[in-house]
Write a protein that binds this ligand. Structure first.
Ligand code: FE
Ligand code: FE
Ligand code: ZN
Length: 294
């Protein structure tokens, strides 16, 4: 089973990410190549990169399944200020180049938010952005993520279908189970859900799955991730997705919240990923996820 979580990049860069992933018993991982909320990026350190590649191989991880995530403040949909939009395009070009240098094959990108513009304009801006971005060829593929449709977010399955059809270049898809649920997609019948995905965007275009439970009901447009088995999608459905034969080759990435990551609970805070990966591997839900570590 190809499963991992988002991990930090930090001072050891890709090596640090890989070490964190291995500590969770993961077989893959996803990282932001800097802070997700800003566009400040450090240069890739060649010695650390070499060590990272060795470490990744020694620990049985296939670099071809490792995923980068573009910072979520980049918004190709918004071209109200031309300079900012151009900055986003240039920034993403550099990110693709950095991924290429690291040997990372996929970069997840949020399509963006319309922020007051007509939806058709927002979609056109994304298309123009992707087309200008991909004029140069990169060894790293952009994966458009399905979004929860919170606020003016672009990223319903129909939006993704439209973008896939109309870009001049090949882009892929990242399915986020929490986002799909919140956007109004019922995941409870997994086979039905997968045939719908296949019809809309083609399962062969899906290169990453964000495996998250949701704190809210189908169609709530909220985007609040829950720990596996603690949300409205539930353990059984997420476990079925994790083990599904048709999704075998696709990395599944947990983006579930840290335990103790609520305002009233500031002292104990730890990553749930080792435990969640274990539960999914065992196919058994453990009600004591919170208690076990406290
Ligand atoms: Fe995302
Ligand atoms: Fe996601
Ligand atoms: Zn989300």
């Amino acid at each position: 089973m190809l499963i991992g979580s988002h991990v930090s990049f930090g001072s050891e860069q890709l090596l640090g990410s890989a070490k964190e992933a291995v500590s969770y018993g993961a077989s893959t991982f996803m990282f932001y190549s800097g802070a997700p909320q800003n566009t400040i990026r450090k240069e890739i350190h060649p010695d650390l990169l070499k060590k990272a590649h060795e470490y990744i191989q020694e620990n049985g991880i296939d670099l071809n399944h490792v995923i980068c995530h573009a910072p979520y403040i980049v918004n190709l949909a918004n071209r109200k200020e031309e300079e900012k939009w151009q900055f986003s395009v240039t920034f993403l070009k550099n990110e693709l180049k950095r991924c290429e240098d690291m040997g990372v094959k996929y970069m997840v990108l949020h399509p963006g938010s319309a922020v007051g513009q007509e939806k058709s304009v927002a979609l056109k801006n994304i298309l123009d952005g992707l087309n200008s971005l991909l004029q140069e060829q990169y060894q790293c593929k952009i994966l458009l993520e399905t979004m929860a449709l919170k606020g003016s977010e672009i990223g319903s399955l129909d939006d993704i279908q439209f973008l896939l059809k109309n870009t001049d270049y090949q882009v892929g898809v990242c399915l986020d189970t929490c986002h799909l649920n919140d956007a109004g997609v019922d995941l409870s019948d997994v086979d039905l859900f997968l045939s719908m995905i296949d019809e809309k965007v083609g399962l062969d275009h899906v290169y990453c799955i964000h495996l998250n439970d949701s704190k809210n009901t189908v169609g709530s447009k909220k985007d609040r991730h829950a720990n596996i088995g603690y949300g409205t999608i539930g353990f059984d459905v997420l476990c079925e997705i994790a083990h599904h034969e048709k999704l075998k080759e696709i990395p599944k990435i947990l983006e579930t919240p840290y335990i103790g990551d609520s305002p009233e609970d500031t002292e104990k805070k730890y990553a749930p990923y080792q435990h969640e990966i274990q539960m999914l591997k065992n196919r058994v839900f453990d009600y004591d996820l919170y208690q076990n570590h406290s």
